[in-house]
Design a protein. Structure first.
Ligand code: NAD
Length: 521
């Protein structure tokens, strides 16, 4: 049973959420310490985090861990590994049930932090917290399947035991775009499987990350088992990845950083007597095919929501729409009008659909991509940002006449930028859809049964959605993760996910008795 989303049509929910935002705002700025074991460390070296909807508002000061903190946290995680993995599975699972209950109780407060720290709209923030709660209930149920000892291949005179065990201490490195759900999911899976972990949240979402660490500790995770190390990815993140104490790395983020982590982790460092397991979930260049007989009412809304929800800053976002030529004009006219109707404003306003980009760096990068895009394709639509706004806002953009090999059609921009490509046939549309190095999500709007079947066979993506939006995977219902350069492929929120945090051992015993043990020689 998944955590229900909040119904904002109810006046009482709107009032409570608005109040949570007001209360959170009045508590700013938040001081974010490191948590190593039982110590909370407030450091002089800090990062200032601004509200992306109002750049003059400081939401927090983030203490920045250095390499010595990484070593200290990992040494404690190593020391705690033995006792944590010996705790019974039901006792471990109970801790996460308690954490889920704490999150439910603080649901609006946590979502309010997401609105202020990373610019999520009310509904997007609420959905992220609901997903985080789902992971806290799903993985503790799933672990029961993997921790039973199984007897395999039995023959007379031989006993074969097959069992799964944790890997040991490891590192969780998370992105900012689903600030609670992804960090909670990777951490819960690792811990419930019996590993210990150091959490390295994204620089942009360390406040939300701190709340998770505090909730886990309050729920009863022993202090040595989980540590919280905010800091700069290229500094403390990389130190953690390189450490010989680390047995596994659960990473979600960009392709560039994911590939670097895979390379670094492949090389054993001095004193390392094991190979590191790397789980790397990375970016996408996701396409939706709109077929000739698609229901355009559905296709237009589904494309707009997938492309511009959370300003296109989702790994699953649609950044290419591949339209059959015969319906392209009709589809685009309606897509433009729908996009024009999306309100742009501060994330804390309940009516906002398009909020700010996560920070000034993203703002500069996406605006540059749009300017370069104007030289590559034809600008069909660009949403105007009201002058009164003082945040990192970029209106939604649609480009047509986009060359298939251009950066607009091939590279992840991670902003509200949609490239339109046209195809003369369904086969050509599929070839365009598959013609990128990524393979995370993809979609098809069609009423043609044979095309739906063909897409199921040939559309090479980790998550294919038919006649619906391509974002918003639900834990347990749509296990999520990419193929090719989008990731290592084991799906989060799915039945195989926990296996990556476990290693299997086979124990074979010859049970035939050969004589008797002599009492004395
Ligand atoms: P990012 O790669 O810049 O950062 C991710 C994390 O890695 C952060 O915590 C960062 O501090 C850390 N990091 C950066 N450099 C590092 C290094 N050298 N060593 C170790 N750690 C380092 O990504 P982001 O901007 O936070 O997130 C956006 C990206 O994440 C997009 O590409 C998006 O598609 C991807 N993403 C993928 C999924 C998925 O499930 N496939 C989900 C969400 C986001």
């Amino acid at each position: 049973m998944n955590e229900p989303l909040t119904d904002f049509a109810q006046e009482s929910n709107r009032a409570a959420f608005g109040e949570a935002i007001r209360r959170t705002k009045s508590s700013l700025p938040k001081e974010v310490p490191l948590i190593i074991g039982t110590k909370r460390l407030h450091l002089a070296r800090r990062l200032t985090r601004k509200n992306p909807s109002h750049l003059s508002e400081i939401v927090g000061h983030i203490s920045l861990a250095d390499p010595s903190h990484a070593e200290e946290a990992l040494a404690q995680a190593e020391a705690a590994a033995g006792s944590w993995c010996r705790l019974s599975i039901p006792a471990r699972a109970e801790i996460f049930q308690r954490a889920a209950a704490l999150m439910r109780k603080r649901r609006f407060e946590l979502a309010a932090w997401e609105v202020l720290e990373v610019g999520k709209s009310w509904m997007e923030a609420d959905a992220d917290v609901a997903e985080a709660i789902d992971t806290l209930t799903y993985y503790p149920q799933e672990i029961l399947r993997w921790t039973q000892q199984t007897l395999v291949g039995q023959v007379p005179g031989e006993k074969n035991i097959y069992q799964h065990e944790p890997l040991g201490p490891g590192v969780v490195i998370s992105p900012w775009n689903f600030p609670l759900a992804i960090l909670t999911g990777m951490t819960t899976a690792a811990l419930v499987a019996g590993n210990t972990a150091v959490l390295k949240p994204a620089e942009q979402s360390s406040i939300v990350g701190l709340h998770l660490a505090e909730i886990l500790l309050e729920a009863g995770v022993p202090p040595g088992v989980v540590h919280f190390l905010p800091g700069i990815g290229a500094e403390v993140g990389e130190t953690l990845v390189r450490s010989p104490r680390v047995h596994w790395i659960a990473f979600t983020g960009s392709k560039v950083v994911g590939l670097r982590i895979l390379r670094l982790a492949a090389e054993p460092t001095e004193g390392q007597r094991h190979l590191k397991r790397v789980i790397a979930e990375m970016g996408g260049k996701n396409g939706i095919i709109v077929d000739e007989d698609a229901d355009l009412d559905e296709a237009v809304i589904g494309t707009a929501v997938s492309a511009f929800g959370y300003q296109g800053q989702k790994c699953s976002a649609c950044s290419r729409v591949i339209v059959l030529e015969s319906i392209a004009d009709r589809f685009l006219k309606r897509l433009v009008e729908t996009t024009r109707s999306l309100p742009i404003g501060p994330a804390e306003e309940p009516g906002t659909v398009i909020g700010p980009l996560v920070d000034e760096e993203a703002f500069g990068r996406v605006r540059k991509a749009i300017e370069e895009g104007k030289r590559v394709g034809r600008l069909l639509f660009q949403g105007q940002v009201p002058d009164s706004l003082d945040g990192t806002f970029v209106g939604p953009v649609i480009f047509t006449e986009v060359p298939r090999d251009s950066f607009l059609a091939q590279e992840e921009i991670f902003g509200p930028v949609l490239a339109v490509l046209t195809a003369r046939s369904f086969e050509e549309a599929l070839a365009i859809a598959n013609g990128v190095p990524y393979a995370l999500t993809g979609g098809l709007y069609s009423r043609h049964l044979s095309h739906i079947e063909q897409a199921q066979q040939e559309f090479q993506v980790g998550n294919l959605y038919i006649n619906r939006k391509i974002t918003g995977a639900v834990v347990g219902r749509q296990p999520f993760g990419g193929l090719r350069l989008s990731g290592t492929g084991h799906k989060a929120g799915g039945p195989d996910y926990l296996l990556q945090f476990l290693q299997a051992r086979t124990i074979t015993e010859n049970t035939l008795r050969h004589g008797f043990a002599p009492l004395e020689e």
